[in-house]
Design a binder for this molecule. Structure first.
Ligand code: CA
Length: 242
């Protein structure tokens, strides 16, 4: 995929942020990436602006004057399925599971790099697009070096087939289908095992560990399947998997 995608030329981003130093840098950086940026400086303004305009994605700071980011997220989600990316400050006590439950699509922690943020924005947009235009099950999933043939239940890394057990296949598939998205432990366990999940909570981690040994160049420093501490796992959109 090229860097300049015409479909991104008029992506409208609502930035909800009360810290001026962030607002300026973010606006300039996102403009440069081809996004149209509108800024709300408190929670109330965010809700008003959102109701009055049309946005493709919302970047939502949590600590806001007037209406909290949490409430803004709930209010927007009640009215729209626009992708919402939560931005939290480092050290802030944030219940990420709760965030995802009330409808946030992803989150980043300050200070973040613009490149990371842009990658997350593109990931939620791509995901939304694929939901909108989904004509049924994908039978091939391509993520960089990884190719999964869903119908044939086969998986290839750099062209070489890897042997996956049933649950490993299901788990990897779920991760590949949600690139850049945090999947909570509860969601992973429910979708892959359902009522079959027995034993201790380590079963999931054991499966993740095995997947890493198969798909990661360095399983001890995974670049594809990363751990989101206390929350779950995420398949990263690395340069190669975009
Ligand atoms: Ca703030």
């Amino acid at each position: 995929m090229g860097k300049k995608q015409s479909s991104e030329s008029n992506v409208r981003v609502l930035v909800v942020e009360d810290e001026e130093s962030f607002v300026d840098a973010l606006t300039i950086g996102l403009n440069r990436e081809g996004f149209d940026v509108s800024v709300a400086r408190d929670g109330q303004e965010a809700v008003n602006l959102f109701g009055a305009g049309h946005f493709d994605v919302v970047l939502l700071d949590l600590m806001l004057p007037k209406v909290s980011g949490l409430d803004v997220c709930r209010l927007i989600r009640a009215a729209s399925d626009v992708p919402i990316i939560i931005v939290s400050a480092k050290g802030e006590e944030v219940d990420m599971v709760l965030m995802l439950e009330i409808g946030a699509d992803d989150y980043v922690t300050k200070p973040y790099r613009l490149r990371e943020l842009v990658a997350r924005i593109r990931a939620v947009l791509r995901r939304r697009e694929s939901i909108d235009h989904d004509h049924g099950e994908e039978d091939q999933i391509l993520r960089g070096d990884i190719r999964m043939d869903v119908d044939a239940r086969r998986c290839f890394i750099k062209g070489e087939e890897i042997k996956l057990r049933k649950k490993e296949f299901a788990l990897l598939r779920l991760l590949l289908e949600n690139p850049g998205r945090v999947l909570t432990r509860e969601v992973l366990i429910d979708r892959v095992w359902g009522n079959d999940y027995v034993g201790d909570t380590k079963t999931l981690d054991v499966h993740i560990k095995r997947l890493r040994t198969l798909i990661e160049d360095n399983p001890k420093a995974p670049a594809h399947i990363t751990t989101v501490r206390g929350v779950g796992y995420r398949f990263e959109l690395t340069k190669a998997s975009k």
